[in-house]
Design a protein around this ligand. Structure first.
Ligand code: NAP
Length: 292
């Protein structure tokens, strides 16, 4: 693949910064022009070598770019795309990295209209609990899955280019509809985050929680690791995918109630049967590998 002449990076945080560094390390881009909401973030990104040039607006970051990456909170997608819309050309490829896709595609339809063909919605299944450009890591995407949810107007040429680009960064790429994406990720990402946040909330609102927390071991650490995620980012994701998240939450409550009933009834065999099924499913699960 020929290197891109210029990446316009809008949102120089963890995901955007890591993408720029990965592209640079792979020799896939000649120049990165970046913009973030706070000038101090953009400046820090330049000092760190994540971007080469600071832009004072999203529009100026996108000007002259053949690749634009939106790595902003999903709630900022529509306004950001609107602000660059009038210089989008069919030759410019625009991608995002948002954790939800139905709202992002809806925002892109409304903001880009006849330029929608340039947009390739993407969600790399990679990340960290910490946010911000200082945590950017050129290896973040290596070995990750990337889900592309092309719109009916996404140009085939851009879709193929996006796939090759992510593959060159060491990713495995899958395409699906935005609806299928949001339904699946409500189950395997959004609900688990909600539960981890709820778990922490439940513990810290109890008396002596500090003392109790000091006793916790690796099980608690592993179960709650993702509760340290960025509250603003997760607020946006949970609200953007609220219908699917609430449906999964109801499903989860049923499973929990079933286990509670078995405990209440002292039904050891029933309880063991349920735990055995869950334990076997978890033992056979491998990240990114289909079951059976
Ligand atoms: P982050 O580290 O907080 O970075 C977000 C960046 O966007 C910050 O630099 C912020 O600027 C900037 N920003 C916010 N609003 C903006 C706007 N209106 N215009 C321009 N820049 C704006 O967050 P992140 O983890 O990289 O998340 C970015 C996206 O990746 C989100 O959509 C998220 O859903 C998705 N994602 C995250 C993960 C993860 O694990 N973190 C995984 C997959 C996908 P300031 O510094 O000035 O606030």
């Amino acid at each position: 693949m020929q290197p891109f002449e210029q990446l316009g990076l809008i949102g120089c945080g963890l995901m955007g910064g890591s993408f720029a560094l990965a592209l640079k390390q792979a020799g896939l881009v000649k120049r990165v022009v970046g913009y973030s909401k706070s000038p101090s973030t953009t400046e820090r990104a330049r000092q760190m070598g994540v971007i080469d040039v600071e832009a004072p607006s999203a529009l100026l970051a996108a000007a002259g770019a053949d690749l634009v990456l939106l790595a902003v909170p999903v709630a900022a997608t529509e306004a950001t795309l609107k602000s660059i819309k009038h210089l989008v050309t069919p030759g410019m490829m625009i991608m995002d990295v948002g954790s939800t896709k139905v709202d992002v595609v809806h925002a892109a339809r409304s903001a880009l209209r006849d330029q929608l063909g340039s947009f390739v919605p993407a969600h790399p299944i990679a990340g960290k609990e910490v946010s911000g450009v200082e945590h950017s890591d050129p290896q973040l995407y290596k070995g990750a899955q990337v889900i592309l949810t092309p719109t009916e107007r996404t140009l085939t040429e851009h879709l193929q280019k996006a796939q090759s680009l992510w593959e060159l960064l060491g990713c495995r790429v899958r395409a699906m509809s935005p609806e299928a994406h949001d339904s699946a990720f409500a189950t395997v990402s959004h609900l688990p985050h909600l539960l981890a946040f709820a778990m922490m909330q439940s513990v810290i609102t109890q008396p002596d929680s500090d003392e109790v927390l000091s006793l916790a071991g690796p099980g608690f650490r592993d179960f709650t690791r993702i509760a340290a995620g960025d509250p603003k980012m997760w607020r946006d994701v949970l609200l953007a995918n609220s219908e699917q998240v609430l449906a999964q939450s109801r499903q989860f409550q049923q499973a929990l109630q079933q286990l509670e009933c078995l405990i209440q009834a002292g039904d050891g065999q029933g309880l063991e049967d349920h735990l055995t099924l869950a334990s076997a499913a978890r033992a056979h699960w491998r990240m990114g590998v289909p079951r059976r």
